[in-house]
Design a protein around this ligand. Sequence first.
Ligand SMILES: Nc1nc2c(ncn2[C@@H]2O[C@H](COP(=O)(O)OP(=O)(O)OP(=O)(O)O)[C@@H](O)[C@H]2O)c(=O)[nH]1
Length: 444
Amino acid sequence: MSTVMQQAAATPVAILRLRGKTHSRAIRAHRLGARRQVSCAASPAEAIKDKRIPVTILTGFLGSGKTTLLNRILAGDHGKRIVVIENEFGEIDIDSELVAFKENGEEDIMLLNNGCLCCSVRGDLVDMLGRLVTEKKGQFDHILIETTGLANPAPIIQTFYLEPDLLDTLRLDGVVTLVDAKHAMMHLDEKKPEGVVNEALEQVAFADRLVLNKTDLVNQSELLSIENRVRTINNLASIQRAEKANVDLDFVLGVGGFDLDRVEDVIIGEKKEEEHGHSHSHSHSHGEAECVDPECNDPSHSHSHSHSHSHGEAAESEAECEVCGEHGHSHSHHVHDDTVTSVSLTMDGEVDLDLVNDWLGMLLNDRWQDLFRMKGVLAIEGCDDRYVFQGVHALFEGMPDKPWEDGVARSSKLVFIGKDLDRDELEAGFKACAVGASVGAASQ
Ligand SMILES: Nc1nc2c(ncn2[C@@H]2O[C@H](COP(=O)(O)OP(=O)(O)OP(=O)(O)O)[C@@H](O)[C@H]2O)c(=O)[nH]1
């Protein structure tokens, strides 16, 4: 099954291990803190079989529609016995009683009320999950955790990488983020003081699934505008538009932990854009079209023509940007804080695992705070199986996935979501991991 790689946040070192050990063994070994050699050895059967109970984290800014979605799920016809853990920050004072049980048909609702999950009650969450898997084993088959609107999802996600006892029984299925189509732009653009987390931004950045809710409250161009904005932050998550959170329940509950198809879609999509030679991402968006309407007076639009350009090779001959009139093939204009973005990379051929380890090790040592999420599929030299992995800051989880099909060219794909990502630097580092590249090149 999956191998979990982790390191204390204060001194992160990337360790990519490809051995098919159990989670807890891998974690305990890793806690020794030594940097170790990786190897590629896991039977596909062992790698694919995962009977752990899935956990979904439901997040989204205040009022975005989390409870509305939760009620849909509880009323829905999905055949799952769901336990819900709700974190209603400060809403109900139950003194020393931390947890209240409320039976609701097949589902249990458990409340964590004396603090925010992402900070003060993370330990309580761990205790609650621990009790669930011992005391109610066999009575449920999915756990749903609804965070407060002000929660930073990262520490909650990390719980599922850091707690070896939980990892034996539970697996993080996915992070579902509700986005309020009417108000999200305002929250995403909010400038926070240095060192203060913009929770709305992080909730989008960490999502596997984005539900763009309250579409009834915005017009088409506003909708495209917010869709583009969240897509710029996180191009990995799938998006569904919704009114009153009316999304397919499979979209929310069946993420599957590692959405390989999605990684591939993103990379294929980016390749097409590169080939097209010109990719736009506007806060003032008119769909596929470029932002060229100086007359537009829709108050929802940012008329300081906020957009970023990424002109591929093919666009070098373009004389000027139609929006700002500037010359040159690489420039950007921003009004909002769009430092959180995604970078997708693909490389044909096989990678050298030692070089990947060295590279990610250095990257995370330097940048673990800024690297929110990472997902990848690697074609490792000498391995019959594809290797899939995902990371949250300095924590990794990876596993051999399935054998490479005969006749299918091997290639590796990586998607990073984080702050101030430098595409060129990431690309150079990745390329230096190709089989045959020198160790020196890998450390660029
Ligand atoms: N117009 C409109 N209202 C919606 C929609 N979805 C939810 N609402 C309403 O928005 C309000 C907030 O929805 P909730 O589901 O409570 O949002 P929440 O994210 O749980 O809110 P917090 O617990 O405060 O973080 C409620 O009054 C909902 O009825 C929608 O698609 N359109």
